[in-house]
Ligand binder design. Structure first.
Ligand SMILES: Cc1ncc(COP(=O)(O)O)c(C=O)c1O
Length: 431
């Protein structure tokens, strides 16, 4: 049962906190990886397509349902290499949602592509298929649907539009390792998938990334691009051995064995952690419906057969909030012990993308005639979500047990019952 705190004073004004239990710990590790790590350290075999990297790639392919996995050093170079493997060349246009981490856009820019930003669905925060279709030009080569926070993109609509216009699809799955659309794993639905294993992600090795794909040509090119131009000579025999010069340019974007060990351990826990987070999300969805305040869960598409959560996506309904802003609400809920996040900013406003500023632009070889000026962009759903309506609840909190989740709900109920006081506290704090 959820505690009712109707009459207690808000914590922001010195009342008792609704959340007394500690937040779950992150990252989680197990004895298996400690043992493997010791072995790796003692073996002296620390990199170069080692046995843990191979084992991880095979297990990850199974987990996602993709034929191939190439392990790499982070989830940005994965996108650069995947886009190149899909045939993106300088001057091509790549469509990117305006709400994502800046790296999604940077990856395309770093290989000389022009990024075209499109708007998002105001509730799920995922790429809006109609905006995607409207942005297509004869130069469009690829689209990057980002499965952001806790909602997958509408992959039926995105694939239909992409096939019609012969556009390649690279899924950015940095947030949703293990999500499934009609039982197909995110990262195995489009032409390729890109994963990040950075510290905060649901599967992590501190830093790291992977490209998944069902296409052998894409796998081989990505492999060569990360392995200084070398790729498996006979992939039918081995996906990792007998490297030959693949007659391609290549970088060093390799993963170490230490990273692979952490990923192998994490992968043994991922399915049960995802199930735990799904149960918490359902509890929160139902709890918020009962509370009936301004905060609710973003709608869940029935075609999503498993939802992985970097964060649960919530929606703050300003019409139901009696003039109380989202940030006033979050401020009071945080004082109760329940931290609710916001989102990234609109990517087009990120200072890294100021391509006209010689001191910040990292891209020396762009054609000035095709340079995009993003400074005047303001996409309505992105702007409103970032400033007023989007709220997130982090993946670590979702790992909590049902008593902990009940306390988070009690915090939200308490503030929903005291909206004018929450606004007053916010105004005092921002004076
Ligand atoms: C949506 C999204 N895409 C890509 C990345 C890039 O991953 P990495 O930090 O591993 O380069 C991130 C990282 O936070 C991300 O959130």
């Amino acid at each position: 049962m959820m505690a009712t705190q109707k009459h207690s004073k808000l914590a922001v004004f010195g009342g008792p906190k609704a959340v007394t239990r500690p937040s779950p710990a992150w990252p989680v590790t197990g004895a298996g990886e400690v043992r493997w790590m010791t072995e790796v350290v003692q073996s002296g075999c620390w990199s170069w397509v080692g046995k843990h990297e191979r084992a991880f790639c095979e297990s990850f392919s199974d987990f996602i349902g993709a034929r191939y996995t190439a392990a790499m050093s982070n989830g940005t170079v994965t996108m650069q290499c995947a886009l190149q493997a899909l045939g993106v060349v300088p001057g091509d246009e790549v469509i990117v949602p305006a709400l994502t981490w800046v790296a999604t856009a940077q990856a395309a820019m770093d290989i000389g592509a022009n990024v075209v930003f499109v708007d998002i669905d105001p509730e799920t925060l995922a790429l809006d298929p109609a905006s995607f279709e409207a942005a297509i030009t004869p130069r469009t080569k690829a689209v990057i649907p980002v499965h952001l926070y806790g909602c997958m993109c509408d992959m039926d609509a995105i694939l239909k539009i992409s096939r019609k216009h012969k556009i390649k699809v690279l899924e950015d799955v940095a947030h949703q390792h293990g999500s499934r659309w009609r039982n197909k794993g995110a990262g195995a639905i489009g032409d390729a998938g890109s994963f990040s294993f950075q510290q905060s992600k649901v599967l992590t090795s501190g830093e790291g990334g992977a490209v998944t794909t069902n296409r052998l040509d894409v796998y081989q090119t990505v492999f060569a691009l990360k392995q200084v131009g070398w790729a498996p000579g006979n992939p039918k025999e081995s996906l990792f051995d007998n490297l030959v010069r693949a007659n391609r340019y290549g970088h060093n974007y390799r993963m170490t064995e230490m990273q692979a060990v952490l990923l192998r351990g994490g992968l043994t826990r991922l399915a049960s952690q995802t199930a735990r987070r799904e149960r918490s999300a359902q509890q929160i969805r139902e709890g918020l419906e009962k509370i009936g305040g301004p905060l609710r869960a973003a709608r869940r598409d029935r075609r999503i057969t498993r939802q992985a959560y970097y964060a649960m996506t919530l929606y703050y309904d300003t019409d139901a909030a009696n003039g109380v802003s989202r940030d006033a609400f979050r401020h009071a809920v945080a004082a109760e012990g329940c931290g609710l996040g916001g989102t990234y900013g609109p990517v087009y406003r990120n200072p890294l993308l100021n391509l006209y500023d010689e001191t910040t632009s990292p891209i020396p070889y762009r054609d000035p005639k095709t340079l995009q000026d993003y400074s005047r962009l303001a996409l309505p759903n992105t702007e409103k979500s970032v400033a007023e309506t989007a709220v997130t609840l982090g993946q670590v909190q979702l790992l909590g047990n049902s008593q902990y989740i009940n306390q988070l709900l009690a915090a939200i109920r308490k503030v929903s019952d005291h909206l004018p006081e929450a606004q007053q506290a916010w105004e005092q704090s921002t004076k």
